[in-house]
Design a protein around this ligand. Structure first.
Ligand code: 3H9
Length: 690
């Protein structure tokens, strides 16, 4: 037998064990011996039943994603599942950990599925821009019904064992030794005898009468897909399971899978899967992490409160510090209210809410931070204020405590220098709302100790964040590139574009919203304050702010928001303002096309990303993609700005930037050497040597 698949016997039940760490992916070196083992057990008269189980931390977590895009090596998963369909002795999948994608499809090839209570089962292929390609779209609806299957496959979200048992995906949930119980289960079925029905022949839950409800749900999901092909293909494949004979539906699934797997969107999403894991890798794997038991958060405003919730959601006790009892009470009341909203929505139970609230300890005394292992400040964004806070922290924090700033722009080296322990200082740049947004930019300052850095990276993953380590510069990776993306906004408006036209180009590209909608949502006063502090101006946005139009919160900004609505409506006054300001400057409006908007917003964004790479502020191009997809809504189907450069063509981007540079002389269009290098080599990883 192979070292990846072994067979043992327990009485006359055979147990086939897959052992392919870390997640038992169905690589070729697993599929080949698995097929051989199953065929020989099928033909072995002394074996009355077969259990398929896994070693290590999980059942099979899917096909081996690294094999996609390469020639397929036989046997494919589909062949293994088809062979299981022909088994005349009972087959039982014994699931622990996660049965995902091809892993669940393997289990769906068995007559029965049993699991331990903590197991999770799902078909997350859609998150890789795919659909389940091993028969999942055709078999899952036969067990759980088409609507439930549609929800699971289009969302890609796994379900727990209890839900899976209730819906018919699992046949039993066991406590204790899973494999031993699965063997007992299999042997009882074998002893009972009688016909065995493979999942492919179980049509009783497929009901064409449900199709109108199905189609309505599928149409809603397609609308939300924002140009992504996979969710639409998933819905089509599940529908086929209801309307077509099994083999035809299976063939259609295969066709859709092959189309998706070869497409740019899936390539982009697979890139992001590995990029996210790569981003969490920092040099010094074996460094001992510092112990983190209690977290301190300074500031109970929107940001501080969200950060405190993020840690409490991860199970950490939090000391929340404010300057007055009133501010503290206000902050705690907001946290309570936010959790209440989750309870009302059904995403949190009342018990869980109480448990989380029990993790908070409020204080107005810095001395109460003395027992915290990590303290994050989220106070006003001003260097003097930050330094004052860090001075106080230096006095009370215990030795070895990590001191973090949530600054979005400021120099973390300077903040660190205001303490006697710069080695313990890092930046933790959360994105608002901090309890929801996944991205966490971790700012490594000049003197940050490697163990402090490694500790916060690991901690970030523990609380469900996506960490990316960045260096010190104004705005770090995300906000610095955002500034480059927006540098031409004002000029585009003055030259003839409208906010809604520009936003439409962005949403057509796949962004959830355009820059002006985003400005209105975040509050135009934030950028205004920032500009004033740096002696900068933006005539349209500044005028709006001077007139008290800060965006959604004041009912008007670049758009109007009537009666508290969050839906932007065109604002004719803004268009008049733009034309007036253009006339004052002697600029005659002209028609501006989609291409030009992209060239003057997204190309500078990429150019700035290239500069960030060149300066070593980000370690890898893929880190930048992770920042943009998780923090700013860059469409996942395009893989982030640096991946998209490859699709769009770095040569074309450089050329058009050169064109705009020649036209305007503006620095934002000045092509950086790393981008030219990318155009020559097709890779971001080749540093510019000259
Ligand atoms: C599929 O099944 C298609 C079929 O329908 C059709 C076939 C024809 N392949 O996430 P972690 C690596 S599509 C290869 O940090 P965790 C991962 O890169 C697949 N490698 O662990 C990492 O490597 P490294 C559908 C994989 O405990 C290491 O394993 N399935 C795969 O936080 C540890 O990963 C999925 O989409 C894979 N399938 O989370 C599930 N999976 O250490 C994808 C992981 O070198 N996987 N790796 O950086 C997951 O969601 C999580 O890994 C899991 C564990 C929840 C399982």
């Amino acid at each position: 037998m192979s070292s990846f698949v072994s067979v043992t016997k327990d009485g006359n039940v055979a147990v086939v064990t897959i052992d392919n760490p870390p997640v038992n992916a169905l690589s070729f070196h697993v599929r080949e011996p698995l097929m051989q083992a199953l065929v020989s057990l099928r033909d072995e008269p002394s074996v009355v039943a077969i259990v398929i189980a896994c070693s290590g931390r999980t059942f099979v977590a899917g096909a081996d994603i690294t094999e996609f895009g390469k020639p397929v090596q036989q046997p494919e998963l589909r062949a293994i599942v088809a062979m299981l369909d022909t088994m005349t002795k009972p087959t039982v999948a014994a699931i622990h950990g996660t049965a995902l994608g091809g892993g669940l499809e393997l289990a769906l090839g068995c007559h029965f599925r049993v699991a331990d209570a903590k197991a999770r089962l799902g078909l997350p292929e859609v998150k890789l821009g795919l659909l389940p390609g091993g028969g999942g779209t055709v078999r899952l609806p036969r067990l759980v019904g088409a609507l439930k299957a549609l929800g699971m496959i289009v969302s890609g979200t796994p379900i727990g064992a209890v839900d899976a048992l209730a819906t018919g995906l699992l046949d039993a949930v066991f406590d204790g030794d899973l494999v031993a119980q699965a063997v007992r289960f299999a042997s009882e079925i074998a002893a009972r005898g009688g016909p065995l029905t493979p999942v492919r022949d179980r049509d009783e839950r497929l009901d064409a009468a449900d199709l109108p409800a199905f189609d309505k749900h599928a149409a809603d999901l397609a609308k939300k897909a924002r140009g992504l092909e996979a969710p639409v293909a998933c819905a089509q494949a599940v529908r086929n399971a209801v309307t077509l004979p099994f083999d035809e539906a299976l063939a259609a699934e295969r066709e859709l899978f092959l189309k998706l797997v070869a497409g740019d969107q899936s390539r982009a999403q697979r890139h992001l899967f590995f990029a996210e894991r790569e981003a969490a890798k920092i040099p010094g794997k074996d460094i001992t992490r510092r112990k983190i038991a209690r977290i301190g958060v300074i500031g109970a405003g929107t940001m501080g409160g969200g950060i405190a919730m993020a840690f409490a959601n991860g199970g950490f006790p939090v000391t929340l510090l404010e300057t007055s009892s009133e501010a503290l009470e206000r902050g705690l009341a907001t946290i309570d209210k936010n959790y209440a909203v989750s309870v009302a929505r059904g995403s949190l139970t009342e018990d869980a809410k109480q448990e989380r609230l029990g993790l908070f300890k409020g204080s107005i005394d810095y001395a109460d931070l003395a027992d915290c292992d990590l303290i994050v400040e989220a106070v006003f964004e001003e260097m003097a204020v930050k330094k004052d806070v860090f001075g106080k922290l230096d006095a009370v924090a215990k030795p070895g405590a990590i001191l973090a700033t949530n600054t979005s722009y400021l120099d973390v080296n300077e903040i660190a220098a205001s303490t006697s322990r710069p080695q313990d200082v890092v930046g933790l740049h959360f994105f608002s709302p901090a309890n929801v947004m996944k991205l966490l930019e971790i700012v490594r300052a000049e003197k940050t100790a490697p163990d402090a850095l490694a500790t916060v990276v690991e901690l970030a993953r523990r609380i469900g964040k996506v960490p990316v380590v960045v260096g010190v510069c104004h705005g770090f990776v995300g906000n610095r590139m955002l500034a480059a993306r927006g540098a031409e906004s004002e000029a585009l408006l003055l030259e003839g574009a409208t906010p809604s036209q520009i936003d439409q180009v962005f949403t057509d590209f796949g962004w959830p919203m355009g820059p002006f909608q985003m400005g209105d949502l975040a509050g135009l006063d934030i950028g205004w304050r920032n500009r004033k502090a740096r002696g900068l101006t933006a005539v349209i946005a500044d005028t709006l702010c001077e007139q008290g139009h800060f965006g959604q919160k004041t009912g008007s900004g670049f758009y109007r928001y009537e009666n508290g609505s969050r839906t932007p409506a065109p604002n004719p006054e803004v268009e008049t303002l733009i034309r007036d300001k253009a006339a004052e400057k002697g600029i005659a409006p002209r028609a501006i096309g989609t291409e030009e908007i992209i060239e003057r917003t997204l190309y500078p964004l990429i150019n700035e990303g290239a500069k960030i790479l060149e300066e070593g502020i980000a370690a890898r191009a893929s880190d930048i993609d992770i920042v943009w997809v998780n923090g700013y809504g860059f469409p996942v189907g395009k893989g982030g700005p640096m991946f998209w450069t490859g699709l769009e063509g770095a040569g074309k981007i450089s050329e058009r930037l050169d064109h705009w540079h020649a036209q305007t002389g503006r620095q934002v269009f000045q092509v950086v050497p790393r981008l030219r290098r990318m155009a020559e080599t097709g890779s971001w990883d080749v540093p510019f040597a000259g």
